[in-house]
Design a protein around this ligand. Structure first.
Ligand code: MG
Ligand code: ZN
Length: 219
């Protein structure tokens, strides 16, 4: 009988992530890993982000979903550089998947200035797997409730930015933005917080400006 420890497999993931990071640095690509529950608004925010940034930057997307290419199709008006990965059940992406996609699609992915990854809709394990990204972003919609920050702390702790989505619905739900800010800062003092609405556009420019600033810092 052989026994494998999950922590050793995660070690392999760390090495793969380091390889990705090296390749991305060589090509000057800023990689942004976007995580959050199904329905939190990852694709909607990507649509608004690509709409604003695509006139000025070369953008690419790795779109992660269990099934379908629906989200990739939603983003296709804004960039041709989209690679869909269907995991057919896997609930997160791992660094070796990304490494494989970079190797197979260098013209689409490594020619970009910003490469967005829409991770599988899941607030739990995507945060356990470093993909080699420069920036990790966690999205939480106001409809999900304040408790999610405290119940699923890892993603909020490990990422540089938290985006509170669907703030246009704040008056209809029991979500307290001040409480969310307090809980987030408690977990991650450095985290930048962007309350926004992809639907009304409120706050989206601020997020995009921050991304541009991250790109300038990397150059
Ligand atoms: Mg999506
Ligand atoms: Zn998973």
């Amino acid at each position: 009988m052989r026994v494998y420890l999950a922590k050793n497999l995660r070690e392999a993931n760390r090495n793969n992530a380091a390889d990705n990071r090296k390749i991305l640095r060589e090509h000057g690509v800023l990689m942004v890993n976007m995580m959050g529950s199904p329905g939190c608004g990852k694709t909607s925010l990507l649509e608004e982000t690509l709409k604003r940034l695509s006139p000025r930057y070369r953008l690419a997307v790795i779109e992660g979903d269990l099934y379908t290419t629906e989200d990739a199709q939603r983003l296709s008006p804004w960039t041709q550089k989209i690679v869909q990965i269907n995991t057919e059940g896997d609930c997160h992406l791992e660094a070796n998947y990304i490494g494989h996609l970079l190797a197979q699609n260098p013209h689409a992915l490594l020619d970009a200035e910003i490469l967005f990854i829409e991770n599988i809709g899941n607030l739990i394990c995507p945060a356990e797997f470093d993909l080699g990204e420069d920036i990790g972003v966690t999205l939480l919609s106001v409809t999900e409730g304040n408790d999610k920050i405290r119940k699923y702390p890892l993603a909020f702790k490990e990422t540089q930015a938290t985006i509170i989505t669907k703030v246009d619905l704040l008056e209809h739900v029991d979500f307290n933005l001040d409480q969310a800010t307090f809980d987030l800062k408690n977990l991650n003092e450095q985290a930048v917080i962007f309350p926004l609405s992809a639907k009304t556009g409120e706050g989206v420019d601020k997020w995009c400006e921050w991304l541009e600033h991250q790109l300038e810092k990397k150059k």
